[in-house]
Design a protein around this ligand. Structure first.
Ligand code: NAD
Ligand code: ZN
Length: 369
């Protein structure tokens, strides 16, 4: 078991990583909430059918045994339901069930559930407590930590949101056994990202790991998740609202986001787009003499070794245009997070278009190889 503290306002909270913690969630929450003024035992578990069918029984049993009266609230599955309309429907259900200001919302699912339930919690009666219980690799190593909530607008992803820190994050690697293999791998790219930006040992481990074997090795999996969460927790603790340091978490995301947008979020899972984005950023790093060839090859090999990625066949000019639109919406500066060595990155805002185009060509070349 690993307990990590995320030091943010209004209060720090713990992320607990432990195989089987789902069975102990009730007792953990009882202790956590004991010292607060929360008289109510009302708990609302927001989830999606796929997760409910496989794992809700374990969670509900644990909560009930600990004296809570949990209620399950379903939301439809998928990114397209990450909309304000879903938040409103869930809020109606809360109100109908008599939820009050002392109720606690448990976000039980992947990143979509975490973002929607987090936003719901920050809005319902001007804010109730939320506990994140992430069930995908992506949500466990990344989305559940840091307090960002949000939904999509037609115009773009995550354009509507808040910062609403959870009271705790409970991470049980056991639930990952039912996750489709592609989703499992996609989340691991975010762990590789953590390795490159600040944890060489994590990087080395992932660079030499077969994801199929990792799935069947709870101890190692727990370690990978814990090291990733540790890095995110440290970064978030020092820069809660993403003004400076937190931007390093965007390694691979500049081009990654553009790839996702250009393919209408259909071709790549988020982590897969980030995987290509990390390769592109590393190529740009080489081209600007920031990193040596040998370290760059290690990053590229680690990413490609994890498994097949959907190929890149987008128009490179469209990617550049998307980046430029992005730039306009972000005060005129386009930032790239570029590796200097494995474990250290820097932010660059002076990357010439030509290098971006060349990096895109290289992604297409690697895709075909
Ligand atoms: N708030 C943040 O800081 C942050 C950070 C990164 C990503 N995100 C958001 O996270 C979302 C992506 O999250 P995701 O990749 O977890 O996708 P997701 O939530 O859509 O989950 C992917 C699929 O896996 C299923 N699933 C979840 N847990 C399962 C399990 N244990 N077994 C079987 N199936 C399971 C889900 O039902 C879903 O169909 C995006 O909307 C992204 O914007 C948020
Ligand atoms: Zn990401």
């Amino acid at each position: 078991m690993t307990r990590l503290t995320v030091s943010v306002q209004p209060r720090p909270y713990e992320a607990v990583i432990e195989s089987g913690i789902l069975t102990k969630a009730g007792n953990f929450l009882r202790e956590l909430l004991a010292d607060s003024s929360l008289a109510s035992h009302q708990m609302f578990v927001v989830t999606v059918p796929r997760v409910r069918r496989r794992w809700a029984k374990v969670l509900i049993q644990s909560l009930t045994t600990a004296g809570f009266e949990p209620r399950l609230i379903d939301m439809p599955d998928g990114e397209r339901y990450k909309r304000l309309a879903t938040v409103e429907k869930l809020a109606e259900k809360l109100a109908q069930s008599g939820a009050d200001r002392s109720s606690v919302i448990l976000a039980f699912g992947g990143g979509v559930v975490g973002d929607v339930a987090g936003l719901l919690a920050s809005l319902y009666m001007r804010g109730v407590n939320v506990v994140q219980i992430p069930t995908t690799v992506l949500a466990q190593v990344d989305a559940s930590i840091g307090g960002k909530t949000g939904v999509n607008l037609r115009t773009g992803k995550n354009l509507l949101g808040t910062f609403h820190q959870p009271r705790a994050v409970l991470i049980d690697p056991v639930v990952l056994t039912t996750l489709p293999e592609r989703e499992f791998r996609a989340g691991l790219y975010e762990s590789i990202k953590c390795g490159v930006i600040g944890n060489p040992a994590l990087f080395d481990f992932l660079a030499n790991t077969d994801p199929k074997k990792l799935r069947r090795n709870p101890a190692k999996l727990e370690w990978v998740i814990a090291e990733s969460v540790k890095l995110k927790a440290e970064v978030v603790s020092s820069d809660e609202r993403e003004s400076g340091l937190r931007r390093i978490l965007n390694f691979g995301h500049t081009i990654g986001h553009a790839l996702e947008a250009e393919t209408a979020y259909r071709q790549f899972l988020h982590g897969e787009a980030v995987a290509w984005g990390m390769i592109a950023a590393t190529d740009i790093s080489v081209a600007t003499d920031r990193i040596d060839q040998e370290a760059a090859s290690r990053v590229r090999d680690a990413v490609l070794r994890l498994g097949p990625l959907p190929s890149v066949s987008v128009n490179r000019r469209s990617i550049l245009n998307l980046l430029q639109t992005d730039k306009k919406t972000r005060n005129g500066k386009l930032h790239f997070v570029l590796p200097r060595e494995i474990g250290r990155v820097e932010i660059a805002s002076d990357v010439p278009d030509k290098l971006v185009l060349e990096a895109m060509d290289e992604l297409k070349r690697v895709s075909k190889a």
